[in-house]
Write a protein that binds this ligand. Structure first.
Ligand code: GDP
Length: 384
C-alpha cells in the first residue's frame, strides 16, 4: 500500500514537472523572438552566419543574379514641347517684356532702347539684336499693327528669323558604306569640362536607342576615371556597350579607335565618343583632338562633331567655345542647361558666333531631358 502511494507521488511530481516546462520554454522562446529585432546587429549576425555556412551549396542552387533591368527611354517626339512649356511657365522675361513694349500705342526712341536692352540682357548678342530691331521697326512702320494678336505674330516671325528655321539640324547618324562595307556613323562630343558633355553622350545614346538605333560608347575622357564610370552606367541602363581604358591617363585616341573598331565589328549604327574638356592651350587641344579625329577616320567617316555648351554661362562661355570651334571642325551645338536660364537668346548668339546650328538642347538632369532643337517650339516658348 505504502509502495503504491509512493508510486503515485513520484508519478504526480513527474507530471507536474513536464507540464511546467511545456509552459515555460515557449514563453522564453517567445521572449527571445520578441527581443531580437531590437538589436539589429545581433539579429543580423546569426542570419549572416547561417547564410555563410552553406556558401557553396547556396551558390550552386541559388538562381543566377537577375539581369539588369533595361530602361525604355522616353519617345523623342514631343520632348521639345516640354521646353516650350517650361519656358512659357517661367514667364520668360524676353518674350513678355518684348510684347509689352511693342504693344504700346506710340513707340518712342526710349521704347526702342528698352527693346534693345531687353534683347541684350537675354544674351542674344549685339548683331542679331540690331537686325531684329531693324526688322521690327520696318514692319511696325509699314503695318502699324497694334492689336495684341498681330503684334505677337509680328514678333514671332521676326524672332524665328533670327533663330534661323532654315538651318539643317539633323544629326548625321546613318551608317555609311565605305568600299562596300557598312561603317558606323561616328559622333565626337567635345567641350569644356562641366558643361554637361558626358551627361549629353549618355542622354544622346538614349535618344538613339529610342529611335531603334544600335550604339557603342567610347569613353575617351581618360583624365577622369569618374567620367568613364559615369558613361558606362548611362550605357548599361539602356543595354549599350561602353569601350573604356583600363587605366586613368591612357591615350584618348586609342580608346576612340577601339570604340569605333568595336562598333564596326559589331555592325552598330552609331559610335558616340566622349572626350576630355580640359582647358589647355589651343595647340595642346588641337593636337589631342586632331589625333582622335585622325584615328577615327581611319576606321569610319566622322559624321558629327558636337560642341557642348552650358547655356547658363552666357556670353562668358563663348570665348572658350570658339577655341573648340576653331580646332575641332564643329558641325553642331548642344546647348545644355537651358532649363536653368531665362536667357534663351543665347541660342541665337552661339549660332552666329560659331556659324553652326544648335542641334540638341539639354532641358534638365533627367535621363531623357535632351531634345532635338526645334526653332518654332523654342520661339513659342519664349513668347509664352
Ligand atoms: P562634363 O564635365 O562636361 O562631362 O559634365 P557632366 O556631364 O559631368 O555634367 C555636369 C553637370 O551638369 C551634372 O551635374 C549634370 O547633371 C549637369 N547637366 C548636364 N546637362 C544638364 C541640363 O541640360 N540641365 C541641367 N539642369 N543640368 C545638366
Amino acid at each position: 500500500m505504502t509502495d503504491l502511494l509512493w508510486l503515485w507521488i513520484v508519478l504526480g511530481v513527474l507530471l507536474l514537472a513536464a507540464a511546467g516546462s511545456a509552459l515555460v520554454v515557449p514563453r522564453l522562446r517567445r521572449r527571445d523572438r520578441d527581443r531580437a529585432p531590437e538589436g539589429g546587429a545581433t539579429t543580423l549576425a546569426p542570419e549572416r552566419d547561417r547564410a555563410d555556412v552553406p556558401e557553396t551549396a547556396t551558390v550552386d542552387t541559388a538562381p543566377p543574379p537577375a539581369a539588369p533591368v533595361l530602361e525604355t527611354p522616353a519617345p523623342v517626339a514631343g520632348r521639345m514641347v516640354r521646353l516650350r512649356d517650361r519656358l512659357a511657365r517661367s514667364g520668360s522675361p524676353l518674350g513678355a517684356r518684348l510684347l509689352s513694349v511693342l504693344s504700346r500705342d506710340h513707340l518712342t526712341e526710349d521704347d526702342w532702347d528698352e527693346l534693345e536692352e531687353t534683347l541684350l540682357l537675354a544674351d542674344i548678342g549685339a548683331g542679331p539684336a540690331g537686325e531684329l530691331l531693324e526688322a521690327l521697326r520696318t514692319r511696325v512702320r509699314v503695318e502699324g499693327a497694334r492689336e495684341p494678336g498681330a503684334v505677337r505674330e509680328l514678333l514671332r516671325s521676326e524672332l524665328l528669323n533670327v533663330v534661323d528655321p532654315t538651318a539643317d539640324r539633323t544629326l548625321a547618324t546613318t551608317p555609311q558604306q565605305v568600299d562596300g562595307v557598312a561603317r558606323p556613323a561616328v559622333v565626337l562630343v567635345v567641350g569644356v569640362n562641366g558643361t554637361g558633355k558626358t551627361t549629353t553622350v549618355g542622354k544622346l545614346a538614349r535618344v538613339l536607342v529610342a529611335e531603334g538605333r544600335s550604339v557603342v560608347l567610347g569613353a575617351a575622357d581618360t583624365f577622369r576615371a569618374a567620367a568613364a564610370e559615369q558613361l558606362t552606367t548611362w550605357g548599361a541602363r539602356v543595354g549599350v556597350e561602353t569601350v573604356r581604358a583600363d587605366r586613368e591617363g591612357a591615350d584618348p585616341a586609342a580608346v576612340a579607335y577601339d570604340a569605333v573598331d568595336t562598333g564596326a565589328r559589331d555592325g552598330v549604327d552609331v559610335v558616340l565618343v566622349d572626350t576630355a574638356g580640359r582647358l589647355q592651350n589651343k595647340a595642346g587641344l588641337m593636337d589631342e583632338l586632331g589625333k582622335i579625329t585622325r584615328v577615327i577616320t581611319r576606321e569610319a567617316p566622322l559624321g558629327e562633331v558636337l560642341l557642348v555648351l552650358d547655356a547658363t554661362t552666357g556670353q562668358n562661355g563663348m570665348q572658350q567655345a570658339k577655341v573648340f570651334g576653331e580646332v575641332a571642325g564643329v558641325t553642331g551645338i548642344v546647348l545644355t542647361k537651358l532649363d536653368g536660364t531665362a536667357k534663351g537668346g543665347i541660342v541665337v548668339a552661339v549660332q552666329r558666333e560659331l556659324g553652326v546650328p544648335v542641334k540638341l538642347v539639354g532641358l534638365g538632369e533627367g535621363p531623357d531631358d535632351l531634345a532635338p532643337f526645334d526653332p518654332e517650339q523654342f520661339v513659342d516658348g519664349l513668347l509664352g
